[in-house]
Design a protein around this ligand. Structure first.
Ligand SMILES: *[C@@H]1O[C@H](CO)[C@@H](O)[C@H](O)[C@H]1NC(C)=O
Length: 294
C-alpha cells in the first residue's frame, strides 16, 4: 500500500513537472508610469490619468511623442498594456520595443500599423542582433486592438526571445549561436514606446495617408511594471544571471500547447514572413531553417 502511494505520488509529481514546462510569463502588476518610465520627447503630448497609472500618447500634425524606461535591462519579461488609436488610424504607427544603446545594436520590436476605420491593424515584429535586422514578420490580430487593453510582451533570456500577445506566443527567436546567428546576450536594453506618423509606408504600403482632420490620434497605455535584471548601460552581464524566474527550465522553450498556439497564429494570421521571402533572401536565413518546423 505504501509503495503504491509512493508510486502514485511520484507519478503525480512527474506529471506536475512536465505540466509546468513552458509556463506563461508572470503577470505584471500595475504601477504608475513615473516609477519606471520618463517621456522621451514632446512632453506636452503625453497625458496622465489615475495618478499616472494610465497615460495617453497624442499625435497631431506637429508631432508624435514617446517614452522610455529609466533603467536598462539584461533579460527579463517586458510588457505593456495598450489600447491602439481607434477609428481612422491610417498612417499612424504605435511602437513598443527594446533597444540597446550602441551602434551594433540589438532590438526587439512590436510595431502596430494603423488603418482606415473598420480596416484591420497589422502587427509587425522584427529582431535586430549585432546591428542586423531585416527579419520582419507581419500578422493580423485575432481581435480589434482599439476596443480594449491587450497585453504585449517580450520574454528574453539566454535561450529564446518570445513575443507574446495576451500570453499567446506569436513569434520565437531561439538562441542559435551554434548556427552562427547572433543572439542578444551582453548588451542591456531599454524599453521604448512611441506614437508617430509614418504615412509614407505604414498603411497599404503608403497608399493611405494620415487624415489630419481626425487628429489628435490617441494611444492609451497602462501597467508599467518592469520585470528584468537591471544593469548599467555598459554592463556585459546580469549580476543575478541564471537565478531569476525567466531563466528557469520552464521558460527556456515553449511547451507543446504553446507551440500549438504559435502554429495557430502563424497559419491563420500571417501576412508576411521574411523567412519565406525568396526574392529578398534567395538563401534561407539560418534561423529560418528551424522556423519551418513550427
Ligand atoms: C488595411 O486594410 C487593408 C484593406 O482591408 C488591408 O489590405 C491592409 O493590410 C490593412 N492594414 C494595413 C496596415 O495596411
Amino acid at each position: 500500500m505504501a509503495s503504491f502511494l509512493q508510486w502514485t505520488l511520484s507519478l503525480g509529481l512527474l506529471f506536475m513537472v512536465s505540466e509546468t514546462m513552458g509556463a506563461a510569463p508572470r503577470k505584471p502588476v500595475d504601477v504608475p508610469f513615473g516609477r519606471n518610465y520618463v517621456p522621451t520627447w514632446a512632453f506636452d503630448h503625453i497625458k496622465y490619468f489615475k495618478g499616472g497609472s494610465e497615460i495617453e500618447l497624442l499625435l497631431d500634425k506637429y508631432t508624435g511623442t514617446g517614452f522610455q524606461s529609466k533603467g536598462s535591462y539584461l533579460f527579463g519579461h517586458f510588457s505593456m498594456q495598450i489600447k491602439m488609436v481607434p477609428g481612422d488610424s491610417a498612417g499612424t504607427v504605435t511602437a513598443f520595443y527594446l533597444s540597446s544603446q550602441n551602434s551594433e545594436h540589438d532590438e526587439i520590436d512590436f510595431e502596430f500599423l494603423g488603418n482606415r476605420s473598420g480596416q484591420p491593424y497589422i502587427l509587425q515584429t522584427n529582431v535586430f542582433t549585432g546591428g542586423k535586422g531585416d527579419r520582419e514578420q507581419r500578422i493580423y490580430l485575432w481581435f480589434d486592438p482599439t476596443k480594449a487593453y491587450h497585453s504585449y510582451s517580450v520574454l528574453w533570456n539566454l535561450y529564446q526571445i518570445v513575443f507574446l500577445v495576451d500570453d499567446v506566443p506569436i513569434r520565437v527567436f531561439k538562441n542559435l549561436k551554434k548556427l552562427g546567428v547572433k543572439f542578444p546576450f551582453d548588451q542591456p536594453m531599454k524599453i521604448y514606446s512611441s506614437l508617430w506618423n509614418a504615412d509614407d509606408w505604414a498603411t497599404r504600403g503608403g497608399l493611405e495617408k494620415t487624415d489630419w482632420s481626425k487628429a489628435p490620434f490617441i494611444a492609451t497605455y497602462k501597467s508599467f511594471h518592469v520585470d528584468g535584471c537591471e544593469a548599467s548601460v555598459q554592463a556585459k552581464y546580469c549580476a543575478t544571471q541564471g537565478k531569476r524566474w525567466w531563466d528557469q527550465k520552464e521558460f527556456q522553450d515553449l511547451d507543446a500547447a504553446q507551440y500549438r498556439r504559435l502554429k495557430w497564429v502563424r497559419s491563420k494570421f500571417t501576412i508576411y514572413n521574411y523567412c519565406t521571402d525568396r526574392v529578398r533572401f534567395p538563401n534561407v536565413p539560418p534561423e529560418c531553417k528551424l522556423d519551418r518546423d513550427i
